[in-house]
Design a protein around this ligand. Structure first.
Ligand code: AMP
Length: 222
């Protein structure tokens, strides 16, 4: 797990913008892939002086009947980008499915003159596509804990810890500080206090944990 700071995001987006500038490509419009591409796309607009920013949401869906996941474009809409150079921006190309789907949709339906792809991270051994621009090539798969998904990720990770510990060791009750200790041990990162607090609150709200007393949480077994 790589904990990513806001400062790193600025550094990396700056570096990515430099690569685009040096290549001579001059985008007229930036297209952010929602949601991960929003922050880098906005920064690239700033660093390259681009006014036009659109977005497209490409999302993975777990199909009820089928095993695998399928990516779809949510909220399809039409815009005319003919005659324009476009730049599609995302945080990371992992499998590459989201980017491939967004690229194909934009090319077919929005018809830009040219479309190039820029991302902060490219996980080269697993990706089905090589982006035109990337700030960092990642040769060993790792989860990037980006600052814009911190609460969502911490909530998911704590859920994973408590459900796994129940399955493997029958552990049902947790103190708040135990949750934090396990988190640090499992994932090797630390986040601000507010994220642990809110993540636990989220899990209580969604019925996964129950608050038994001030400091004791119990996992609700289904
Ligand atoms: P992909 O598998 O390339 O379609 O990835 C879809 C989206 O999932 C990315 O745009 C990210 O927002 C998120 N994601 C996938 N893999 C990672 C990873 N290793 N670290 C952080 N976020 C990821």
């Amino acid at each position: 797990m790589k904990l990513v700071t806001w400062e790193e995001i600025v550094e990396w987006s700056w570096g990515l913008a430099e690569k685009i500038r040096q290549s001579g490509y001059k985008p007229d419009v930036v297209i952010a892939i929602a949601r991960g591409g929003y922050v880098p796309a906005r920064l690239i607009c700033d660093f390259l002086g681009i006014e036009n920013l659109l977005s497209i949401q490409s999302q993975h869906w777990v199909e009820a009947a089928a095993k695998g996941e399928k990516a779809i474009i949510k909220f399809e809409y039409e815009v005319d980008l003919s005659g324009m150079n476009a730049l599609l921006v995302d945080d990371i190309v992992d499998t590459g499915e989201s980017v491939i789907l967004a690229r194909d949709f934009v090319k077919k339906r929005w018809k830009p003159k040219e479309l190039r792809i820029a991302v902060l991270q490219w996980i080269s051994p697993v990706a089905k596509i090589k982006p035109d621009y990337y700030y960092m090539e990642v040769k060993e798969w790792v989860w990037f804990q980006y600052p814009w998904t911190r609460l969502e990720d911490v909530t998911q990770f704590i859920k994973r810890i408590v459900t796994t510990e129940l399955k493997e060791h029958g552990k049902k009750r947790w103190t708040y500080s135990e949750i934090k200790e396990y988190f640090k041990e499992w994932y090797g990162i630390e986040v601000d206090e507010r994220y642990y607090r809110k993540a636990v609150e989220n899990l209580v709200e969604s019925g996964i944990l129950s608050r038994e007393s001030d400091d004791i949480y119990a996992l609700n077994v289904k």
